[in-house]
Design a protein around this ligand. Structure first.
Ligand code: SF4
Length: 138
């Protein structure tokens, strides 16, 4: 089925990766792992930004407040056949906490489409406004 791979991971890697590592450590790697993108985004743990060497990056403070997009532009990977990725958001307060916990003065949002839901974007901006930090969008 996969002659050049020991294991295939299909779907949301955030959910699959811990299981794959556990199975690998125990020598019980399965040939196939699969997850959907339906799980609430709030359940994804924040990235361990402290592991990235700060001096190697302009900033290690990249944030993803939302995942997916409401649109399906033909050239975008989100319109890949069979990919079902609904638009999911993190609580604005959670995003604010992640930003505040990191001492850096600015962050870069790397969302697919941060403004896909305007009401959410407004809420997020309100939550971040008091921080007196800067944000950029890639
Ligand atoms: S992320 Fe951008 S390019 Fe992709 S579907 Fe949404 S609007 Fe289109």
């Amino acid at each position: 089925m996969a002659p050049h791979a020991d294991a295939l991971a299909i779907g949301d890697g955030v959910q699959l990766w811990p299981e794959i590592l556990r199975d690998f450590e125990h020598g019980k790697l399965k040939p196939r792992y699969q997850a959907t993108f339906e799980r609430p985004y709030a359940l994804d743990p924040p990235p361990r930004r402290d592991l990235a060497p700060r001096s190697n990056f302009l900033t290690t403070m990249s944030l993803i407040a939302t995942r997916g997009c409401h649109n399906r532009c033909g050239f975008c990977y989100l319109s890949t056949d069979g990919l079902r990725m609904p638009y999911r958001v993190r609580e604005p307060e959670d995003v604010r906490r992640q930003f505040a916990a990191n001492g850096q003065p600015y962050a870069v949002f790397i969302d697919n489409n941060l403004g896909s839901r305007r009401d959410y974007l407004r809420e997020l901006c309100r939550a971040l406004r008091s921080m007196k930090k800067s944000g950029a969008r890639r």
